[in-house]
Design a protein around this ligand. Structure first.
Ligand SMILES: C[S@@+](CC[C@H](N)C(=O)[O-])C[C@H]1O[C@@H](n2cnc3c(N)ncnc32)[C@H](O)[C@@H]1O
Length: 338
């Protein structure tokens, strides 16, 4: 037997953007030793560091349930000792320097007592809004008690270490990962990321593995600078240029995969602008894509985009997913040349 399988297993749960569950389940299924998978919940005896490298999850939590009818029961001497030990195990791995509680009614007297007890027991400051160790309490999902979820990492997994420059309209990195997984990953792909913004789609693709080419463009010099800073922080070498995606001057059929997070109409661009931009974009990408190529589009302008798809015959299109992210419900589509 592998020695690692004899380590005590803990139960874990992944948190994902609504709509990315199946992508996360697929990624989780590839984690060696993860077992008894029930959706995003599972047992795992291995090094939790492996779970902090999951790219489709917003966060990973260690979970434990207590047989108490309400949170007050966690203040009992034995329960508090067990809870403190449980949290110490997570802190030993994650190096958190403060904590906070996440629960309905966290302002209540019981929760405040719990925070005080944990502050003393863990010797860690309680920061109600910024605390690094997020401790969530909720009724047990498959029993009568209460369960505690402790986030493994001080920051969400979606807050990538490479993101040193953030821009309004920046894509959630877990959605960028999911888009690439569903659009398909081939070493021989020549990839284009028009309207690259802060570079999320480019960086997440490059971290997945090799490609034949990977270039991004954006009209905005601030976006180009931002993407370059993030690419450098990621330790990658990728080309980004300040060019209009609709007038690149590149020859026809230059790319096998084009991935684009189009202006969404509120934060960036205007609806009037998008009504002209979107059809021009589809036309120019049709020229730039290879015969067997794929075009993945992320957009919140669903009515506009689906109307355009209905009125054209150049592309075969299907919806890959719809996600809830940052107050929006963008969709991801995959298009092929007809
Ligand atoms: C939704 S944002 C992309 C955000 C990006 N995915 C990120 O994670 O930061 C759309 C971007 O399209 C750019 N843009 C709009 N029209 C463009 C055009 N014709 N050519 C190139 N970039 C354009 C904007 O400057 C903006 O950075």
């Amino acid at each position: 037997m592998d020695h690692r399988t004899r380590q005590p297993a803990h139960e874990y749960e992944l948190e994902v953007l609504p709509g990315l569950e199946h992508v996360a389940e697929t990624e989780l299924a590839a984690v060696p030793l993860a077992r008894d998978l029930r959706g995003l919940r599972f047992w795992y005896p291995g090094d939790p560091e492996r779970l902090t490298r999951l790219r489709s999850a917003v966060a990973a939590y260690r979970v434990r349930a207590w047989d108490v009818p309400r949170p007050r029961g966690l203040l009992g001497h034995q329960q508090l000792g067990e809870l403190t030990d449980f949290l110490r195990g997570v802190i030993a791995q994650g190096g958190h320097t403060s904590f906070r509680l996440g629960a309905a009614g966290k302002e209540s007297g019981v929760m405040q007592r719990l925070a005080e007890e944990l502050q003393a027991g863990l010797n860690l400051p309680h920061h109600p809004t910024e605390g690094e160790l997020l401790i969530r309490l909720r009724p047990q999902q498959d029993g009568p008690g209460w369960e505690v979820l402790a986030r493994l990492t001080p920051r969400p997994l979606s807050a990538r270490a490479w993101r040193v420059c953030n821009r309004e309209g920046g894509l959630n990195a877990t959605l960028a990962y999911a888009t690439h997984k569903l659009a398909g990953q081939r070493d021989v792909d020549r990839i284009f990321n028009p309207m690259c913004g802060s570079g999320t789609l480019m960086i997440e693709r490059d971290l997945l593995g090799p490609s034949d080419a990977l270039v991004g463009v954006d009209l905005d010099q601030g976006a180009v600078d931002c993407a370059r800073a993030n690419i450098q922080a990621a330790g990658r070498t990728l080309e980004v240029a300040r060019i209009d995606a609709l007038h690149t001057g590149l020859p026809a059929r230059s790319f096998d995969l084009i991935v684009a997070d189009l202006p969404w109409g509120d934060a960036i661009g205007t609806h009037g602008g998008n009504a002209a931009l979107y059809p021009a974009f589809l036309q120019e990408m049709h020229r730039l894509i290879s015969r067997q190529g794929r075009l993945a589009v992320i957009t919140h302008e669903i009515r506009l985009f689906e109307g355009l798809l209905r009125d054209q015959t150049a592309w075969a299109a299907r919806e890959l997913l719809q996600v809830y992210s940052g107050g929006h419900h963008p969709k991801v589509y995959l298009l092929n040349r007809r």
